[in-house]
Design a protein around this ligand. Structure first.
Ligand SMILES: NC(=O)c1ccc[n+]([C@@H]2O[C@H](COP(=O)([O-])OP(=O)(O)OC[C@H]3O[C@@H](n4cnc5c(N)ncnc54)[C@H](O)[C@@H]3O)[C@@H](O)[C@H]2O)c1
Length: 399
């Protein structure tokens, strides 16, 4: 048996994502036994005392601290997970880079392309393996779709459609969390949801979005201020006092790829109806695919037009033929879930750290999405087409 290396993990912030990263590390050994690492949950950092207590008592961290510098400089922390609100990502990532520690950072990487460029360039200069939370890439059905596209089974790719329509902010009585403040979140739904879509479609096409035109809007412009923090979008207690929503609820984008394909993209956080309808469709001259996160274990595929009578989609259910599926479920049709994507993300990150090879979404990929976001925000402001600046460094969407 290969001897396993012990890797100490330090997770900054124990909200929704911090807890998920911790669970992903705990599941790694069982789901990916070939990854030669034992992950120790060494340290967790959160400003809330209750979260620090839970980190140790419930989640199995060895210690919990209030200041992320202490976590990053802890000699027993080998890798850093950055799961804090967006506005802290840049300073925490720069501290991890300074300490020479590989990091797994949640999306959006920075709150601007400038911040994301800084992080990506800093990590590359130090030769650090990185990971960005573009988890939808790892879904076995998405991986299978990518294979079909790469093998040319859809013919020449002509167009794509990306649709990330959620209801997490649809209740006007929902709390005015950091997500609605420009200073702490940056842009609104463009960074929060559309960043996932931009990465996903670039990853499926292995191609880069080069120009965009966009519009954005805010449909709920005031929300109640919170009295007590929750986790993610749940469990918050609000007051009667209202404060302004500073960033957009909705965006619509038309984009073009470097090899000529076109793409329409739409995202909302305030739709009443769809809960988390994250759909990607890719069309080629010989076929098409469709995937919807709400139906994570299925993919719709149409390959060719040779049987006119019944031409149309086959709805395929996740099965052991789909990459990584059988690590989670031993039989076809049994469902995987959201947490499982993060286990795959953890495996790519930790394998990368062991092999000094960038397998999963990199800081350069995070920067690439951030450049699209910046062009979208600029276009929404001046109503013109904007070129998307190219990035440098180890991108993986195109590999
Ligand atoms: N990959 C995905 O699909 C996905 C999903 C949700 C959130 N996210 C991203 O994850 C990040 C965190 O989002 P969340 O939903 O987990 O947020 P959350 O609100 O649930 O948790 C944020 C946590 O940060 C802590 N915190 C605040 N200030 C801190 C500080 N100075 N030092 C340490 N901790 C501090 C808070 O106490 C809280 O526990 C965001 O960047 C978000 O965009 C990604």
């Amino acid at each position: 048996m290969t001897e396993k290396k012990t890797i100490g993990a330090g997770i900054v912030s124990l909200g929704w994502m911090g807890r998920l990263h911790a669970r992903a590390y705990r599941a790694l050994g069982e789901r990916f036994p070939e990854v030669a690492a034992d992950i120790r949950l060494v340290s967790c950092c959160d400003v809330l005392e209750e979260n620090r207590r839970q980190a140790v008592d419930v989640l199995g961290f060895e210690r919990a601290v209030e200041d992320y510098h202490e976590l990053i400089n802890d000699p027993e922390v080998d890798v850093v997970d950055i799961c804090a609100p967006n506005f802290l990502h840049h300073e925490i990532a720069m501290a991890a880079i300074e300490a020479g520690k590989p990091f797994w950072i949640e999306k959006p990487m920075g709150i601007s392309a400038e911040q994301s460029a800084d992080i990506a360039r800093g990590a590359e200069a130090k030769g650090l393996i990185t990971s960005v939370g573009f988890n939808y890439r790892h879904v076995p059905a998405v991986q299978y779709a990518r294979q079909l596209i790469a093998e040319g089974r859809l013919g020449r790719i002509t167009n794509a459609r990306v649709w990330l329509i959620a209801d997490y902010a649809s209740d006007p009585k929902g709390p005015l969390t950091w997500r609605y403040e420009k200073g702490r979140a940056g842009a609104g739904v463009v960074l929060d949801l559309m960043g996932h879509g931009e990465d996903l479609v670039q990853y499926l096409l292995k191609d880069r979005i080069t120009e965009v035109t966009a519009l954005t809007d805010t449909f709920i412009d005031q929300r109640p201020k919170p009295l007590k923090a929750g986790i993610g979008h749940s469990g918050w207690v609000v007051s009667d006092e209202l404060g302004p929503v500073e960033n957009e609820d909705y965006c619509a984008i038309i984009a073009r790829f470097s090899r000529g394909a076109v793409c329409t993209m739409e995202s909302s956080r305030v739709s009443v109806g769809p809960r988390a309808e994250y759909i990607v469709e890719v069309y080629g001259t010989e076929g098409s695919i469709r995937w919807n996160f709400e139906d994570l274990n299925h993919i719709e595929v149409c390959l060719g037009r040779d049987n006119g009578a019944v031409q149309g989609y086959v709805k395929a259910m996740a099965a052991p033929d789909f990459p990584d599926f059988s690590r989670f479920q031993p039989g076809a049709g049994t469902s995987m879930g959201f947490d499982d994507m993060k286990v795959i993300e953890a495996a790519k990150f930790i394998s990368g750290v062991l092999d000094q090879t960038q397998y999963g979404p990199s800081a350069a990929d995070g920067w690439s999405a951030a450049e699209i976001d910046d062009a979208v925000v600029a276009s929404a402001s001046d109503h013109a087409w904007h070129q998307v600046r190219p990035v440098t460094g180890p991108t993986t969407y195109d590999k």
